[in-house]
Every structure is written in C-alpha cells, then in structure tokens.
Design a protein around this ligand. Structure first.
Ligand code: SF4
Ligand code: SF4
Length: 284
C-alpha cells in the first residue's frame, strides 16, 4: 500500500495515457465510439471535436483545407490545457512521455548520461521552423517525422514490429546520445505546450518553510531546471511553463513541500536563507 501511495500520481498518469490509447485503438478496431481518431484529431463520443493545436497550425501553414470543426477542436484542446497545465499533455497523455520516463529511469539507475548537449531552446526553434517547412512542402512537417506521431499511429492502427524498432531507437538515443533527451531538447510539441503552460491555471505549489533542501525533487523531475527554489520561494508555485504537472516532486518530497495549486496562488515570500541558495544551486 505504501508503494501504491508513493506512486499514486505515476499510476494515475499511466492509467490516463494508456487508457486514452486503448480507447483510440478500440475506436479504430472495435467500433467503440468513446474516442475515435488519433492524438492529432479525434472525436469524443463521435461528437465533440478534439484537435492538436500545433498540428492545426502546421496544416494551416501548409495551405491545406481545414474543416471548421477541426478549428473548433483546437480551441477546445487549447482551453483544456490552459486550465490543467500546458505540458500536462506531456505528463499525462503523450505516449512518448512514457518511453521518455523509462529512459530517464535507466539513466538514473545506471548513472548514464547522453553525450551531446542540445540547448533546451532548440525545441522552440524547431517549433517555429516546422511552420515555414510545412508551407514549402505543403505537408504538416512535424506530424510526419515526430516520434509522437509515429508511436501513436503504430499503437492505434497497428501495432507492428516497427513500434518495437522505433521505441528501441528512441531509448538508445535518449539514454546515450541526447543529454536532456528528446523531450528536454528537441520536441516542438512539448515546446508549443510549454507556451500554453506559462499562463495555465493549474500549477504545482511550493511551501518553502517545509523544504529541507534534500534535492529529491530535482533528481526525479523530468525538467529539473523548472525547480528554481529562489523563484518558487517568492511565488509559492513552480512558475515555468516547462513544468509537466506530473507531480513526481509531490510524490517524492519527504516533507510535503509541494501540492497542487493555481496560477493565482501566492504564498508569503520569506527571506531566503543560505539553505535556499544552496538548493537553488543544486537545481541549476
Ligand atoms: S516533449 Fe514531446 S514527446 Fe515528450 S512528452 Fe511532450 S509532446 Fe511527448
Ligand atoms: S516540478 Fe514537479 S510537477 Fe513540474 S515537471 Fe518537475 S516533478 Fe513534474
């Protein structure tokens, strides 16, 4: 029971992301109408349109025709993630996020590091560049090349042996090649949702007076640069749009310094002592 409680949000995230894939698979293969389509464009109960806003931007840039319901679906999805946290998509929905979590676990367990550092800002540049590339090619460029698109298509309409090959190649690249992994340095979809995350309502709250600067949260956080103790002590929340709202910090903190909060939450801003500065350095 203690194990289940300690990993309650991890279990919940897996149930959500795998559950969505199962519903999409059943929509494609068993005619179940709860969720039909794929992660780029789907319908809830064959009625409510849901569209990936970044995919819609690429399709618009490519000059392809778009049904008004697809645009409506993008607005619905944007509003949803503006409420629950932009990169909640990464933490709770994206199938590649599960693989990426596995790569991170392997890195921690065997103390491995990818050899090549790519700036985290690269994903934002890729996000921007994909739009003119879509305009030139007439195709939604990232949709065809992204591991997210490949993995979800393989699962929903397959799966085939290709899925195992893609997953194996992804893990090898994530563990041995990229220092911050695909999600932490290259994925433009994560970069897009991090923009939404900057203004989203749901946040991870932080109480600096509970923190004893053990650094456990920094070790498990998939985007450790978001744990800026100095900023968190002042704002009372994790302020960065890169936070996945995955709640790993909340699960591992032995002093319950983290909790769910909202964008408007502000705790008192006590003066930082030496320990806070130490912890800030630890997070850098
Ligand atoms: S960064 Fe990209 S691949 Fe990683 S979880 Fe987010 S959307 Fe998926
Ligand atoms: S700060 Fe917490 S919720 Fe945000 S990404 Fe890191 S571990 Fe996940």
């Amino acid at each position: 029971m203690r194990f289940l409680y300690r990993h309650r949000f991890l279990i919940a995230r897996r149930v959500v992301s795998i559950g969505i894939l199962v519903l999409l698979w059943m929509g494609a293969n068993a005619h179940l109408g709860v969720l039909t389509g794929n992660l780029s464009s789907s319908r809830l109960f064959r009625t409510v349109p849901l569209s990936d806003p970044y995919a819609v931007l690429q399709i618009l840039a490519a000059g392809q025709p778009l049904a008004s319901t697809v645009l409506l679906g993008a607005v619905i999805v944007l509003l949803f993630y503006a409420l629950v946290g932009g990169r909640a998509f990464c933490g709770w929905v994206c199938p590649v996020g599960i693989i990426s979590d596995g790569s991170s676990w392997i890195k921690r367990r065997f103390q491995l590091r990818g050899q090549f550092r790519v700036a985290r800002s690269a994903r934002h540049w890729i996000m921007v560049v994909a739009l003119p590339v879509s305009a030139i090619t007439g195709l939604a460029a990232f949709e065809w090349l992204s591991p997210v698109g490949i993995v979800q298509r393989e699962i929903i309409y397959g799966p085939t042996l290709g899925l195992a090959v893609v997953v194996a190649a992804f893990v090898v690249a994530d563990v041995f090649v990229l220092h911050n992994g695909w999600c932490g340095s290259l994925c433009p979809l994560g970069a897009f949702y991090s923009l939404v995350g900057r203004v989203s309502l749901a946040r991870i709250g932080f109480q600096v007076d509970r923190c004893d600067h053990c650094g456990d949260c920094v070790v498990v956080c998939p985007e450790p640069h978001v744990i800026d103790f100095h900023e968190m002590a002042q704002k009372g929340i994790v302020g960065s749009g890169d936070c996945l709202n995955c709640a790993r910090c909340l699960e591992v903190c032995p002093r319950d310094a983290y909790r769910f909060a909202s964008h408007f939450h502000r705790s008192a801003a006590p003066d930082l002592d030496e320990g806070d500065h130490h912890a800030t350095k630890h997070a850098a």
